[in-house]
Write a protein that binds this ligand. Structure first.
Ligand SMILES: C[S@@+](CC[C@H](N)C(=O)[O-])C[C@H]1O[C@@H](n2cnc3c(N)ncnc32)[C@H](O)[C@@H]1O
Length: 317
């Protein structure tokens, strides 16, 4: 893709846009109904370095402004995917998808899935179970004609050789030879220190997560928009699959990273974790637990815990 240039402002004839500034300023330049997929992970209002913690009502009214503008830009058969986790205050969690849902509903959108994105790395909590999932809430307009292409995102069948054993189809394969629907629980590694895509941004999402949305909710040549683009992940997923991608980001250092990564995607040099690559399993990978060098370390129960484990893969089946 050598001819693609990364524009600094949205223009309908561009292919890739990384806008430095507030998303509302970029959205103003986007024509009504021109975007096929809006996909984003907004700030969660939890005091990360790139956000100021607000009271929840102020946060929600700021989100509502952005969501309203995104809906204006959305095509009639387009999709909006908002990827969020929890707002946390004094140890009390508020799932953001629950409190954002009424904003989308009141704009006339219909929810198609609440996708649970499960991952295995993150903060270790001591007063509640550690959070190991976030969600993607997917909305379309109230129409039967929204774009949803299942075939490009099918995953391998669990029993691909299973056949009908009686009836008119006896002997034929009983499952779809193209693979199965990936379902609404996605087990995809999050971007932590050993991930090939890791940058200095604290909350990047993995390219493969967005590739699945881009492939199923858009067609070649369509626009994908991320109002809080961070390191450019959504634009990368779009460009990879011959869509057009635009994103806004307020922090100069992330804009620089986004432009560099998008350029890598254009040149074909950006390394990403491939879609559908099986997760690393430490036992299958031969990474056997070993006792600590000194047997009598007080409180070291890891070996006992591991001995109690059944002989089944951990995490998921
Ligand atoms: C959760 S991060 C998104 C990370 C992104 N998904 C990625 O893969 O890199 C949210 C980003 O929104 C940016 N941001 C905050 N307010 C913004 C605004 N009003 N307009 C555009 N970007 C904003 C933050 O600087 C931050 O990088």
């Amino acid at each position: 893709m050598p001819s693609i240039k990364i524009a600094e402002k949205f223009g309908i004839d561009e292919n890739a846009v990384i806008f430095h500034g507030s998303c509302l300023d970029m959205l103003r330049d986007i024509p009504d109904g021109s975007i096929q997929l809006v996909v984003t992970s907004p700030p969660y209002n939890i005091g990360k370095e790139y956000e100021k913690k607000l009271d929840l009502d102020t946060y929600l009214s700021q989100q509502a402004k952005v969501i309203r503008e995104c809906v204006r830009c959305l095509s009639n058969n387009g999709s909006i995917c908002w990827q969020v986790g929890n707002y946390v205050k004094n140890g009390s969690i508020t799932p953001l998808d629950i409190i954002l849902f009424p904003i989308f509903r009141d704009l006339g959108l219909v929810m198609r899935n609440r996708i649970v994105w499960h991952f295995e790395h993150g903060l270790h909590c001591s007063r509640r179970f550690s959070g190991r999932y976030e969600t993607i809430i997917w909305f379309t307009r109230d129409t039967k004609d929204y774009v949803f292409n299942l075939d490009p995102v099918r995953v391998p069948q669990k029993y691909p050789a299973k056949k009908y054993f009686k009836g008119p189809k006896a002997g034929q394969y009983s499952c779809n030879p193209l693979g199965k629907n990936p379902g609404d629980v996605w087990d995809i590694p999050n971007v932590k220190c050993n991930h090939v895509e890791k940058t200095e941004h604290p909350c990047q999402f993995p390219v493969e997560l967005i590739e699945r949305l881009v492939l199923s909710m858009t067609n070649k040549g369509d626009w994908v928009l991320d109002p809080f683009v961070g390191t450019g992940t959504s634009v990368i997923a779009a460009i990879r699959h011959k869509r057009k991608g635009a994103g806004a980001e307020t922090e100069q250092k992330y804009v620089d990273i986004a432009r560099k990564r998008v350029q890598g995607a254009i040149d074909g040099t950006l390394k990403t974790r491939p879609m559908n690559k099986p997760k690393y399993d430490p036992l299958r990978g031969g990474n056997k637990p070993v006792p600590p060098p000194c047997e009598d370390i007080k409180g070291y129960h890891q070996m006992e815990l591991l001995e109690q484990q059944g002989d089944y893969p951990r995490g998921n089946s």
